[in-house]
Design a protein around this ligand. Sequence first.
Ligand code: SF4
Length: 307
Amino acid sequence: MKEEKKLKIVLFTGYACNNNCAFCVDADKRAFPQKTTAGLLREVLRAKTKGAYILEIIGGEATIRPDFNRVVAAAKKLGIPQVTCATNGRVFADPAAARRIVRSGIDALIFSVHGPDARTHDALTRAPGSFSQLKKGLKNLRALGFERVSGNTTVVKQNMAALPALAEFYIRNRVRNVEYIFVDPTYGGAKNDFKALVPRISKAAPYMRRALALGRAAGLDQWKVRYVPLCYFKDCTGQISEINERGLFLTEHWAPDFVNKDAIGSRAAVSRKKTARCRGCRLYSACEGVWVEYLKNYGDAELKPVI
Ligand code: SF4
């Protein structure tokens, strides 16, 4: 019997952040009011009532909120099975803060790492010291016995050649789940500064593939790539996030300025596109194509139908 999809709710706390990533999709929303504690607690209850299996708490940067642990603890007390947070990891450099967050009952953390070294990472986060804090954070979590840390990396022109070195960083830190995410230029930093940040997929894909291969060689075959046209990854379609999540989750986004009841479906329908070149491609139905914004800037000449 086919297993039912699980409900994943991505709860945005607001867009305030202690980093200032050049490519951030929320770059133009920083001044938008943060959600209140009472509002977040109401949403946590609503998520439980709706049957959420995963509650992913994100910002901006959710961990800088004084009420972060309270929101996590409330979700766990209500019995939401998986409460996770995507974070820039800086707060965990403080051992006491790391301990408090672990004690709140958080099930897993997703660290955003955008380079294998401070030079690459900090240039993108535009927050000096952010890489060193993230590394301390990983160490502190390990000292607390908290191992459920995964990684995500936004792939842009400035870091694509460093992806193999970053893969080695993830391997050294025993990060079992990693996503290499081709930058989203639909809104924010990468839309505003497209040519400076967004690489050609034909240039980025070899580095992304190399990172996946390094992971596989180290026994880490759960690493994935996201937001890519499948023609550049046709021999590793088992490592495409969109294909994986489509089969497993119904995803809702609850943000301060919008609610999206089908984040996966609407992204495929609105923000990404296949073109006339894709006709006859045998990966057509599995593939979401490329970002609409990408096509506006670079066209579709790189797409290579798989026959
Ligand atoms: S040719 Fe089009 S449908 Fe085929 S894999 Fe590439 S982007 Fe996807």
